[in-house]
Write a protein that binds this ligand. Structure first.
Ligand code: UDP
Ligand code: MG
Length: 310
């Protein structure tokens, strides 16, 4: 059996050598062959240079270089498309997912005959309350909105077999929300609980902007419920409007009220419904933007360099 390890790297010069060392140490304990596929996602620091040196010393280290930064999910997708293993594991470059857990995942896969073993974070050390809070809300919201049920507190750290890899590689969508797609595939998927460590060195490569983009893809690619929002809001507004008309008549003819007063409420209503309309147009815009992305037919990423891939 052959194991492929897929490691997306973006500006990881501070950790990459140590990651490679620790992964190699763990792999040496295995009876199978292995390959470490480092996908350099257009890093602007010395990451690629370090990877070239590591590959020179060890032929099990393979490097895939992108022509620019295409994003974490694209890097993982490229790794899965280029891997030769019977099983593959996706792991972050920053040692937040401890390499030793891979051994546990392999044992679980063997014992349960599962197709996927996904890592579930028991604790997340050294992360800001903001990240923990937004992640918690997001995964639960996504589960509520989506037709597929996703395991919560799960990242991309997971082990999968050849059947899953092949099914994944056959997917045509360009903006991939990988953890969602793999859950969506079905087959037998079992959890592996682990402690998420602090980043070994360096800073997070997921600023708020990238986190939001990632969340939007998860949301809009796995749920049509936001589209129904327009219908529900529409109904709500119609009934509210009718109630106002009724109130107007009652106050005019039975309570002797004066209808000219109340410009604040008029402005409030105009602004409120203007907002409702813009919001629903925005939701439509998101879906149209996604259709636009998918129909352009551009590749997900461009590979500019390959080391040790024959
Ligand atoms: N990453 C990447 N491309 C990007 C951003 C991140 O390949 O545009 C990689 C990064 O090098 C790391 C993994 O994705 O291996 C997860 O990123 P990070 O650890 O910064 O995210 P966090 O753990 O803070 O959510
Ligand atoms: Mg990290």
């Amino acid at each position: 059996m052959q194991l492929s390890v897929i490691i997306p790297c973006y500006n990881e010069e501070a950790v990459i050598a140590e990651t490679c060392r620790q992964l190699t140490e763990v792999m040496k304990k295995l009876p199978h062959g292995y390959e470490l596929i480092f996908v350099n996602d257009g890093s602007r620091d010395a990451t690629l240079q370090i990877l070239r040196e590591l590959a020179e010393k060890d032929s099990a280290v393979k490097v895939l270089g992108f022509s620019r930064n295409f994003g974490h999910q694209c890097a993982v997708a490229a790794g899965l498309r280029h891997c030769a293993g019977d099983v593959a594991v996706i792991i972050d470059a920053d040692l937040q997912d401890p390499p030793a857990v891979i051994l546990e995942m392999l044992d679980i896969m063997k014992a349960t005959q599962a197709n996927v073993v996904y890592g579930v974070r028991k604790h997340r050390k050294g992360e800001s309350w903001f990240k923990l809070f937004t992640a918690k809300i997001f995964y639960r919201l996504l589960n509520y909105l989506s037709d597929v049920k996703f395991p919560v507190d799960t990242g991309d750290f997971r082990l999968m077999d050849r059947q899953i890899i092949n099914e994944f590689n056959a997917l045509k969508e360009k903006n991939k929300y990988i953890r969602g797609l793999i859950s969506w595939m079905g087959f037998k998927q079992v959890p592996c609980y682990y402690e998420r460590e602090e980043r070994f060195a360096g800073e997070t490569k997921y600023p708020l902007r990238k986190m939001l983009r990632f969340a939007m893809i998860g949301l809009f690619y796995f749920s049509k419920k936001p589209l129904k929002l327009a219908t529900s809001l529409g109904f709500f507004c119609v009934f509210l409007g009718l109630a106002f008309v009724l109130w107007m008549f009652v106050s005019r003819f039975f309570l002797g009220g004066i209808t000219v007063q109340g410009w604040i409420s008029t402005i409030a209503i105009v602004v409120f419904f203007g907002g409702v309309q813009l919001l629903t147009i925005g939701v439509l815009g998101q879906y149209i933007g996604n259709i636009f992305d998918e129909t352009k037919g551009r590749p997900e990423y461009i590979v500019s360099e390959k080391i040790h891939f024959d």
